[in-house]
Write a protein that binds this ligand. Structure first.
Ligand code: DQA
Length: 139
């Protein structure tokens, strides 16, 4: 089972960025735990602050992995291009959000990904990623 994790803009700052919203753990720390907890999964991880790089990476892995966990961060709410990329690839994508975007500003209620993904994990802190992994493991 191959799962690609793709994180969008500003998620490289997890740990120091708005800890009251996103917690105080870095993604690198969390990713290490995740890899230990699911030894049967071959993970890859990519983060970029650049929309086109996220699209390039979706296309690069989207025909060879079994699933993708995509936290497109702010681009979730703005990017037609990312939504089109999700539609264009074979791998099922789960949309991930650390915070409950529906409990925040109204511009975060809009997603160009939600209509085209397999499912959505929203608001469980970093464990939204863990739940996303589990969604690929359960039949
Ligand atoms: C986020 C929610 C987005 O609205 C925000 O722009 C982010 C992170 C989350 O994981 O909660 O950068 O995707």
């Amino acid at each position: 089972m191959k799962i690609a994790i793709i994180n969008g803009p500003n998620l490289n700052l997890l740990g120091t960025r708005e800890p009251s919203v996103y917690g105080s753990e870095t993604f690198e720390q969390y990713y290490e735990t995740l890899q230990k907890d699911f030894p049967q999964v071959e993970f890859s991880y990519f983060q970029s602050n650049v929309e086109g790089e996220l699209i390039n990476h979706l296309q690069a892995v989207g025909f060879s992995v079994d699933g993708i966990l995509l936290n497109a961060a702010a681009y979730t709410h703005t990017s037609v291009g990312l939504g089109d990329a999700v539609k264009a690839i074979d791998a099922p994508v789960v949309e991930i959000h650390i915070s409950n975007t529906f409990a925040r500003e109204s511009f975060r209620h809009q997603s160009y990904l939600s209509p085209v993904v397999k499912g959505i994990m929203v608001g469980f802190g970093l464990d939204s990623y863990r739940l996303g992994v589990m969604s690929f493991l359960t039949p």
